[in-house]
Design a protein around this ligand. Structure first.
Ligand code: P6P
Length: 348
């Protein structure tokens, strides 16, 4: 495959957008720039102890920051400088950030929800972490912006994507015309197209859930976990369990290999733990565009009306047939014993 950078790809696909004036292209470019800067710091995170603890001064006299704070600052500055974004909802800020005020006024038409560094508690364990972004277009022009404007349905997203800082650094995004993956080539500092037109398998045999919460799950989740652990005629082996505890890494694997990721409601998180605006909606848009499914239970994630910025949601997402199987277990009149009994052997 001839080398094609993210920038070249965005320009090439610009004709796909009704607003083909290049605004969204520049916005995606700005996000890519921030991602490269963050990648540099994440990759040497392990050296932070040598370079100084959080709060210490480094040799430039800068205060050593927590990486998620650093990532947040990089995205906000890149979006502020780029001029296309007028409002940001970030996991790191209680309130939205209005870029249409202050010394550097942005009258951009786009709003960005962002989780600057998701799973950052895993950084010191050298586990893959990621950034997640979701882009909306303002629906009301030329009036003072309000937080409500960003509380749009996930189905109104103009674009969504994530960057995974793993064994390699990848940027995966969609604008509603399929999903494409780019791998950072550090030798030239460019994201290059490596996974064109990504699709998730219709079925799979990997389930991803924090089974430490087993006793806190609703019955349908407990039944589904048991279902996955049973052998059956076709596969003659139970499913495989994989859980990294970093949503971007768990969902990137799910997209590549097929499978299902579940963070359902629990007694500790009755609304679910993951955030709707900057975790569930962007990942649901990507997985649906790749041919998969994303629900909070019986409801499609992308049709949930957000009521506030940091709203949580339960999420069951991945290969379509696996998500639909979980939904079967939710039905009140569903004869779970019958389904479980249909499997040849119960592995206990
Ligand atoms: P638990 C990371 O803290 C995160 O927000 C997601 O990246 C991840 O999927 C989830 O929480 C893990 O939560 O409760 O299993 O540790």
């Amino acid at each position: 495959m001839a080398l094609k950078t993210l920038g070249q790809f965005i320009i090439e696909k610009q004709a796909d957008f009704p607003y083909a004036k290049g605004e969204l292209s520049r916005l995606l470019r700005d996000i890519g720039i921030a991602a490269k800067v963050i990648n540099r710091e994440v990759n040497k995170a392990g050296l932070a102890d040598i370079l100084g603890e959080i709060g210490d001064q480094n040799i430039q006299g800068e205060v050593q920051k927590k990486l998620d704070v650093y990532a947040d600052e990089q995205f906000i500055e890149a979006l502020r400088r780029g001029g296309e974004c007028c409002y940001i909802a970030s996991e790191e800020h209680e309130f939205g950030i209005d870029l249409t005020r202050g010394y550097h006024v942005n009258n951009g038409k786009y709003m960005v929800c962002i989780d600057p560094l998701d799973g950052s508690s895993n950084i010191d364990l050298n586990v893959s972490v990621g950034s997640i972004f979701s882009i909306y277009r303002r629906k009301i022009a030329d009036v003072e912006i309000t937080a409500d404007e960003i509380l749009q349905l996930g189905s109104d997203q103009v674009a969504a994507g994530y960057i995974i800082y793993g064994s390699s650094t990848m940027l995966v995004y969609t604008t509603g015309k399929g999903v494409n993956g780019f791998t950072l080539d550090p030798s030239i500092g460019e994201f290059c197209l490596s996974h064109p037109n990504m699709k998730i398998a219709e079925n799979g045999t990997t389930y991803s859930i924090n089974e430490g919460n087993y006793l806190k799950f609703p019955q349908y989740v407990k039944d589904y976990i048991k279902y996955c652990q049973m052998e059956d005629a076709e596969t003659s082996r139970p499913y495989t369990s994989r859980y990294i505890g970093s949503m971007v890494a768990d969902l990137h694997r799910t997209l590549i290999t097929g499978g299902i990721f579940l963070y359902p409601e629990t007694s500790s998180y009755p609304q679910g733990k993951l955030r709707l605006l900057y975790e569930c909606n962007p990942m649901a848009f990507i997985i649906e565009q790749a041919g998969g499914k994303a629900v909070s239970g019986q409801e499609r994630i992308l049709t949930i009306q957000p009521k506030y910025l940091h709203q949580r949601s339960s999420i069951i997402i991945g290969s379509r047939l696996m998500v639909e199987k979980v939904q079967e277990f939710m039905l009140p009149n569903y004869d779970t014993a019958d389904v479980l009994g249909k499997k040849l052997t119960f592995s206990g």
